[in-house]
Design a protein around this ligand. Structure first.
Ligand SMILES: [Zn+2]
Ligand SMILES: [Zn+2]
Length: 336
């Protein structure tokens, strides 16, 4: 392999992911070349690769990455480690004007609309970098993206001291959100999932884990599954005037039985949506996430159940699709 090429997992068509040698990206003005040291496989990458595809082909997927800046054309950041906010805002629309980049009406995205982190190198906009302190492992920092999404959701949940809080969905974002809720002062955080293995894993993080929660005692509930039965369970878990935040991306229409729906009215629930994460100078889930990685107040490292070589991309994605092994976060790791 020459200095001009690199290895990457390239999506050529739906279901056609190839580990191959491609041209190494060259940073344009305002960009740096990042050596990817860790890139998580998101749950959304499974349908992206096997069902829906990326916006065009070929594309390198992967939007959860961090690594080492190996070339900064301006010579400022060489040798530093960074995580990357994967959304490239237009910086022109009304949402961008107030820094609400997640709501941008015309954004670009590393790993779906343009090449992402299933690669050895990527050229990234300097404005999307979050520099890492020395004690943060860049492989763990690849969890900044789901970490920031989980924190943003808990901000919407507005946890009050002493709250009983329930998180539906014990995947990586659910377990990160549960930890933020505990940190925010919830007296009890329960995690609900239909998988016994996931419940056992959640218990290792100190959470009470259940396969359903319908006692109507919760002050606030986070729906992280995008499935109708869980949504009904969320509504029935809440006490009067409880708060429900919807985070899980649905795979199909969401429906509620009439009796459950009327409980939203009778219990006078408040329902909010949450989308992506905030990345601006006023509210920044990314810098908060990196700070929590640095001070150890939230355990991200143990969420990584699989560290895999890019060469094994197809095996890793197929394992996740077919659920042939228990996993929480599967992460591609490149040697530094
Ligand atoms: Zn993701
Ligand atoms: Zn915009």
């Amino acid at each position: 392999m020459s200095e001009k090429t690199m290895h990457a997992a390239v999506l050529h068509a739906v279901g056609d992911l190839r580990y191959e040698e491609v041209a190494r990206p060259e940073p344009r003005s305002g960009e740096v070349l990042l050596k990817v040291l860790g890139c998580g496989i998101c749950g959304s990458d499974i349908p992206r690769v096997f069902v829906s595809g990326t916006y065009h082909f070929p594309t390198i997927p992967g939007h959860e990455f961090a690594g080492k800046i190996v070339y900064d054309p301006d010579g400022e950041l060489d040798g530093k480690y960074a995580a990357v906010f994967p959304l490239i805002p237009c910086r022109k629309c009304a949402a961008c004007e107030v820094g609400e980049y997640a709501n941008c009406s015309d954004y670009d995205y590393y790993g779906s609309r343009r090449d992402g982190g299933f690669a050895e190198y990527i050229a990234v906009d300097k404005r999307n970098l979050i520099l890492l302190p020395e004690n943060v492992d860049p492989v763990v920092a690849s969890l900044c993206e789901p970490g920031s999404v989980g924190r943003a959701a808990v901000r919407r949940l507005d946890v009050q001291l002493g709250d009983l809080c329930v998180i539906f969905g014990a995947g990586p974002i659910g377990l990160i959100a549960a930890q933020w809720a505990r940190r925010a002062g919830a007296s009890k955080v329960r995690v609900v999932d239909i998988s016994d293995e996931k419940l056992a894993f959640a218990e290792k993080f100190g959470f009470e884990a259940y396969d359903q929660a319908r006692d109507g005692l919760a002050d606030c509930v986070l729906e992280g599954t995008g499935a109708s039965p869980a949504l009904a369970n969320c509504v029935l878990s809440l006490k009067n005037h409880g708060r429900l935040v919807l985070m899980g991306n649905p795979g199909r229409d969401m429906t509620l039985p009439q009796k459950v729906y009327s409980q939203i009215l009778r219990r006078e629930l408040s329902i909010f949506g949450t989308w992506n994460s905030s990345f601006n100078s006023v509210t920044n889930d990314w810098t908060a996430t990196v700070a929590a990685m640095a001070d150890g107040s939230i355990n991200y490292a143990d969420l990584i159940t699989h560290r895999v070589d890019l060469f094994d991309c197809n095996r890793a994605l197929t394992m996740m699709r077919d659920k042939t092994e228990f996993f929480t976060k599967v992460t591609f790791v490149n040697p530094e």
